[in-house]
Design a protein around this ligand. Structure first.
Ligand code: SF4
Length: 212
């Protein structure tokens, strides 16, 4: 955990470098974002956007996913990888939304996480990005960044989420996730982080130790 002044400096550096960072999954409504986020597991956002460009023309409502033949849905999302499991989840998701929420996506974390294929990360992405309700999505980039910058010493994603929520002002939660994901893709990469060119180098214990 870092003190308030250190956290503010980290947030300011992210704001400066990634002021316009936002969700890179194309979507027009909460259902589209939910489906795109499920498809993005183990797949690039670019690939997901290619697939959803056609998918969202064919499947417009939760009922369309609920009533789809699994084999058709599998074919429609095949190139995102793990397509059998993803198709099952999206089909079951459509059914659950139809049965419990009249086809609408709920805007509460505890309801979202009970939907098929939806974990806390996906639920927080949808809450923050589609509903503008503060949620701190912890994916692999955010976990890695939190550990390296000393914002969390935990390995468990839920514990990291709570560590971050305790240090970062609520109004910054959504933006923070998008900024850190952008930073993780560009500079703070998993295998070879580009610490020497990182704007957070002075603030980062991992970066500092890698320079010695
Ligand atoms: S200094 Fe290195 S480890 Fe720290 S945030 Fe920057 S790239 Fe990541």
């Amino acid at each position: 955990m870092r003190n308030k002044s250190e956290v503010n400096k980290i947030l300011a550096a992210l704001d400066k470098e990634y002021h316009d960072a936002w969700c890179t999954l194309d979507h027009r409504d909460p259902l589209q974002l939910l489906v795109a986020t499920i498809l993005s597991a183990q797949c690039t956002d670019e690939r997901v956007n290619l697939v959803t460009a056609d998918l969202f023309k064919k499947y417009k409502k939760a009922a369309d996913y609920a009533n789809a033949a699994l084999t058709d849905l599998e074919d429609d999302i095949r190139s995102t990888g793990f397509f059998r499991n993803k198709a099952k989840s999206i089909n079951a998701l459509g059914q659950a939304l139809e049965e419990k929420y009249k086809g609408q996506v709920p805007d509460k974390l505890d309801e979202l996480v009970k939907l098929p294929g939806v974990g806390r990360k996906t639920a927080n992405v949808v809450l923050g990005t589609a509903f503008n309700i503060p949620g701190l999505a912890v994916d692999t980039h955010v976990s890695r960044f939190a550990g390296r910058t000393g914002l969390s010493n935990n390995k468990n994603a839920v514990k990291i989420e709570f560590d971050l929520m305790n240090q970062i002002p609520k109004k910054k939660w959504v933006k923070f996730s998008h900024q850190v994901i952008a930073h993780g893709r560009r500079i703070c990469k998993a295998r070879k982080p580009d610490c020497p060119i990182c704007p957070l180098l002075e603030l980062c214990p991992f970066g500092q130790s890698s320079q010695r």
